[in-house]
Write a protein that binds this ligand. Structure first.
Ligand SMILES: C[S@@+](CC[C@H](N)C(=O)[O-])C[C@H]1O[C@@H](n2cnc3c(N)ncnc32)[C@H](O)[C@@H]1O
Length: 292
C-alpha cells in the first residue's frame, strides 16, 4: 500500500457497509445529491465516453451517474455493478425508466470483479474508495487495471482532504467519523492518486472540487497500465463474465427469461465449482461470504 500518512483506518466491516447502504437506499439521494453534484458533473465530463465504448461503472449506488451516462452516450456497452441489493434494485428501476433497459446490472464486489481482463475501455467509480480500507483500495485499483484494456481510461471521484476554506470542515468530519463512522456513511477522506500510480496507471491527474455547498472531492483521471491497444469490440455480457473468485469461465442455466433478459437461473464455474444465482434479472456474482 502506498504511504498514506494520516488516512483514517476503516473500522466498519463490509457486511455492515452493505447493510447500511441497503437501509438508506430509498433516502440516499436526498442526503447527498446537492453536495456531490458539481464533482459528479466534473467527473462525467472528464470521462468523455464515446458512444459504444465498453464502460463499467463500479458502485452504481442509486443510479444517478449511470443513468446520466446512458442519456449522454447511449446504453450499448455500459455495465454496472454494486455490492448492495437495494442499490442495484433502485438503479435497475431507474435505468428501465430512462431508456437503459439493455444495461446489465450485477451484484459484485469491486475486490473481486467478475470480468475478463481488458474487457472495458473505460471505468467510472464515485464515492466508494472513501469507505474502503487502504489494503483493499490497493486490491481494487489492481482489479480496475486488470479489467481495463491497456490505455483504457479511468475516472474516480472520492471524498478527500479539504483544501483552503474546506480544511476545517473536513477536520470536523474526521472527528465525527472517529466518534461514529456509520453516521457519515462510513466515508472518510482519501487521496487515490498514489494508489493508481503504485498500480502502474499512467498520466494520473487530480482535480480538487470543493467550496461552499460541496463536499471536498477529488476527481482523479488516469490511463490503465500497458501499451495502448485498439478498444475491444462491444461484446455480449456472457462473453466477458468470469468467476469472481478464480476468474474461470461461467456456464449459464436459464430457468426463466423475458424479452431477452434472464430473470432466474444460475452461473456455474467448473474450475472452482462455485455457483452464482440469477434472481429477478440480477446475476449475483458476490463472493459467497457477501451474499445475503
Ligand atoms: C457512498 S455510496 C456512492 C454511490 C454512487 N457511486 C454515487 O456516487 O452516488 C457507496 C456505494 O458503494 C457501494 N459499495 C461499497 N463497497 C463496495 C464494493 N466493495 N464493491 C462494490 N460496491 C461497493 C455501496 O453499496 C454504495 O452503493
Amino acid at each position: 500500500m502506498p504511504d498514506q500518512e494520516g488516512m483514517l483506518e476503516v473500522v466498519v466491516g463490509k457486511r455492515d457497509i452493505q447493510a447500511f447502504y441497503g437501509s438508506v437506499a430509498p433516502v440516499y439521494d436526498g442526503a447527498t445529491v446537492q453536495y456531490e453534484a458539481r464533482a459528479k458533473a466534473l467527473a462525467l465530463e472528464a470521462m468523455a465516453r464515446q458512444p459504444g465504448e465498453a464502460y463499467l461503472e463500479v458502485a452504481v449506488g442509486t443510479g444517478i451517474s449511470i443513468v446520466e451516462q446512458v442519456k449522454r452516450t447511449g446504453a450499448a456497452g455500459i455495465v454496472g455493478i454494486d455490492l448492495t441489493p437495494g442499490m442495484v434494485a433502485l438503479t435497475r428501476q431507474r435505468l428501465d425508466e430512462a431508456g437503459g433497459a439493455a444495461v446489465p446490472l450485477l451484484l459484485a464486489d469491486a475486490r473481486y470483479l467478475p470480468f475478463q481482463g481488458a474487457a472495458f475501455d473505460c471505468l467510472f467509480n464515485s464515492y466508494m474508495l472513501d469507505l474502503i480500507p487502504g489494503d483493499d483500495i490497493s486490491k481494487i485499483v489492481g482489479e480496475f487495471g486488470r479489467v481495463l484494456r491497456p490505455g483504457g481510461h479511468i475516472v474516480l471521484a472520492n471524498l478527500t482532504e479539504g483544501e483552503g476554506e474546506d480544511a476545517a470542515f473536513m477536520e470536523d468530519w474526521k472527528t465525527r467519523y472517529l466518534e461514529n463512522p456509520i453516521q457519515l456513511g462510513a466515508c472518510r477522506p482519501v487521496l487515490a492518486a498514489s494508489f493508481l500510480r503504485a498500480a502502474g496507471f499512467a498520466g494520473v491527474q487530480r482535480t480538487y472540487c470543493g467550496g461552499t455547498g460541496s463536499w471536498p472531492t477529488e476527481v482523479v483521471t488516469a490511463t490503465a497500465p500497458g501499451n495502448h491497444v485498439h478498444r475491444p469490440a462491444h461484446r455480449d455480457l456472457m462473453e466477458i463474465l468470469v468467476c469472481s473468485l478464480c476468474k474461470g469461465g461461467l456456464a449459464r442455466s436459464v430457468a426463466r427469461e423475458e424479452g431477452g433478459r434472464v430473470l432466474d437461473g444460475s452461473l456455474h464455474c467448473a474450475s472452482c465449482n462455485e455457483t452464482y444465482p440469477i434472481a429477478n434479472g440480477i446475476p449475483n456474482l458476490l463472493p459467497p461470504d457477501m451474499r445475503a
